[in-house]
Design a protein around this ligand. Structure first.
Ligand code: 2HG
Ligand code: ZN
Length: 462
C-alpha cells in the first residue's frame, strides 16, 4: 500500500494502530476457512466510531477496498482479505458501554467478545441468549453482520431477534444511529435490519444495543442414541410437546468419534448408533425431569431411540454439551468443506438420504460428517479433505459438490446458508436460494449505501 496512504491512516488512528508488515497483517485478513490465502494490504485498528468514519471517508476518496474484521471466526470467507484490501479490525473497540436493567438492554462497541457480553448480562441477572461454540472469540459486530445463529435458536431465535439498535458508518462514510434501542418504532423502513446479515458489504457496524432476557430457573440436558436419522423429527415433536426446549441438536457417530478421539473422553453409551440427539430443556422442578423421562420412554417404545443419558450435575451437563460443541474443532485438522443448510424439518431425513446417494454416486470416497441444529431444520454438512489431496484439488471438487448440494437444497425448499452467511464460499450458489429479482435489489441497495463499492467487495455477490 502506498506510503502516503499509510501516513494518512496513521494520522487518523495513531502510528502503532496501522500494521503493514505482511506477517503481522496476515492473521487479520483471514477467518476459520481454509480455501483462500489472506493477502491484506494493511490493517487499521480504530478506537472509536469517529475514527472508523474518517477511515471510511479516506477510503472513499482513494477508492480503497475495506474488509471489516471482528473475531475472524466466520466459516464462509466473509472476512477474507485476499486482494491487498485494507482490513478494518474492530479489536480495540471492545467496550461494554452500558447495561439498562429496566429496559433489559446492553450497549457495547462492535468489537465486544460474545462471552464478555453474556457475562456482563449475567452480572445483572439477565441473559444474552445467542450462544455458540465460538462465543469466546467471536465479536458482536461480526455476529450481527452474519446474523449468527447457534445452539439456542429453537428457543430464542438468531442474532437478528436481539438487535435493538445499531450505530453504523455506511460505505459512503455517513454515521447512522438506527432504531436507537427502541422496542417500538414504526417510522418507515427499518434500516437496522439491512445491516444484519449484510456481511460488511453496506458499511461498518460500530456499536450495538442488544436486548437481554431473564435466564431460565434451571436446565436439564439429555443425550439420546438413535438407530435411524428418520426417527429424529418425531422425537423432536414428542419432546417439544412435553417440555420447553432450549436446544435440540444432532450429530452422527462419526462426529462424536472425532470428538472422543480428540478429547480422550469416552462415549456415554455402551453401544454405538448412527446418530445422537442432545436435548436441553427448561427445568423448573422435578416435574420437568419426569416429563423428560416420560418423553424418552415414549420414544424408546415407538420412535427408534435406543438409549439415553440424563445429566445429574452441571459437570455432566457440560460433558454432554462438549460432545456437540467440540465437533468443529475436532474436525478442523481435516480442513473440511462446510455447508450450513436448512430444509423444512420434516424433509430432513429425505434430504440426508438424497445427499448420501449423491455422495456415493458422484463423490465416492469422500467422508461426510453430519451434525447440526435439528430443531431449526439446520444441517451442517462437513466433507473431510483426504489427507493426500492438495487444498486446490479439494476446493475444485467441493465447488462442484457445492453446486449439486445447492440444487438439492432448492428442490427441498431450503436455504443454502442457514447461519454462516454467503461470503466467498457460497456466492456462486446464491441463485439457488434467492431469485434474480432479489439479487438485483440487493445489488442496488449496496450501491446506495456504498456508491464507490469499497465495502467488502466480492462478498455475497460480485
Ligand atoms: C456449529 O453449529 C457451527 O457448531 C459450526 O455452526 C458448524 O463447523 C460447522 O460446520
Ligand atoms: Zn451451527
Amino acid at each position: 500500500m502506498e506510503p502516503q496512504l499509510i501516513a494518512e491512516l496513521r494520522a487518523i488512528v495513531g502510528a502503532s494502530r496501522v500494521l503493514v508488515d505482511p506477517r503481522e497483517c496476515e492473521p487479520f485478513g483471514r477467518d476459520w476457512t481454509t480455501f483462500w490465502q489472506a493477502r491484506p494490504g494493511a490493517v487499521v485498528l480504530p478506537g472509536s466510531t469517529d475514527q472508523v468514519q474518517q477511515v471510511v471517508q479516506l477510503a472513499n476518496r482513494r477508492r480503497l477496498a475495506i474488509v471489516p474484521s471482528g473475531g475472524r471466526t466466520g466459516l464462509s470467507g466473509g472476512a477474507m482479505a485476499c486482494n491487498g484490501e485494507l482490513v478494518l479490525a474492530l479489536d480495540r473497540m471492545d467496550r461494554i458501554i452500558d447495561v439498562d436493567p429496566v429496559a433489559e438492554t446492553l450497549t457495547c462497541q462492535a468489537g465486544a467478545i460474545t462471552r464478555t457480553v453474556q457475562e456482563e448480562a449475567a452480572r445483572h441477572n439477565l441473559m444474552y441468549p445467542v450462544d455458540f461454540a465460538s462465543s469466546g472469540s467471536s465479536r458482536i459486530g461480526g455476529n450481527i453482520a452474519t446474523n449468527a445463529g447457534g445452539i439456542k435458536v429453537i428457543r430464542y431465535g438468531d442474532t437478528r431477534h436481539w438487535v435493538r439498535g445499531l450505530k453504523v458508518v455506511t460505505g459512503a462514510g455517513e454515521q447512522l444511529d438506527l432504531n436507537r434501542g427502541l422496542v417500538k418504532n414504526n417510522s418507515g423502513y427499518d434500516l437496522r435490519h439491512l445491516f444484519i446479515a449484510s456481511e460488511g458489504t453496506l458499511g461498518i457496524i460500530c456499536e450495538a444495543t442488544l436486548a437481554l432476557t431473564r435466564p431460565p430457573r434451571g436446565l436439564g440436558v439429555m443425550v439420546l442414541s438413535v438407530a435411524d436419522f428418520a426417527a429424529l423429527p418425531e422425537v423432536l415433536h414428542r419432546f417439544k410437546a412435553a417440555l420447553t426446549l432450549t436446544a435440540f441438536e444432532f450429530f452422527s457417530h462419526r462426529a462424536m468419534a472425532a470428538v472422543t478421539e480428540r478429547t480422550g473422553n469416552g462415549s456415554p453409551f455402551a453401544d454405538e448408533t448412527p446418530f445422537y440427539a442432545l436435548v436441553e430443556f427448561e427445568r423448573g422442578g422435578d416435574a420437568d425431569e419426569r416429563d423428560a423421562l416420560a418423553a424418552f420412554e415414549d420414544c424408546v417404545a415407538d420412535h427408534g431411540v435406543r438409549d439415553g443419558v440424563l445429566a445429574q450435575s452441571q459437570t455432566q451437563a457440560a460433558n454432554l454439551w462438549a460432545l456437540r460443541e467440540n465437533i468443529t474443532e475436532s474436525l478442523s485438522p481435516r480442513a473440511p468443506y462446510k455447508s450450513d443448510l436448512s430444509v423444512p424439518i420434516a424433509a430432513m431425513p429425505a434430504f440426508v438420504r438424497d445427499i448420501e446417494a449423491l455422495m456415493a454416486n458422484r463423490f465416492a470416497g469422500l467422508e461426510v460428517v453430519w451434525f447440526g441444529h435439528l430443531g431449526d431444520g439446520n444441517i451442517h454438512l462437513n466433507v473431510l479433505k483426504p489427507d493426500d489431496w492438495t487444498t486446490d484439488r479439494f476446493a475444485g471438487v467441493c465447488a462442484s459438490l457445492g453446486q449439486s448440494v445447492a440444487e438439492r437444497v432448492e428442490a427441498f425448499g431450503g436455504s443454502i446458508s442457514a447461519e454462516h452467511g454467503i461470503g466467498l464460499l457460497k456466492k456462486d450458489t446464491l441463485h439457488f436460494s434467492r431469485s434474480p429479482g432479489e439479487i438485483e435489489l440487493m445489488k442496488q441497495i449496496k450501491r446506495i449505501f456504498d456508491p464507490e463499492g469499497i465495502m467488502n467487495p466480492g462478498k455475497i455477490f460480485d
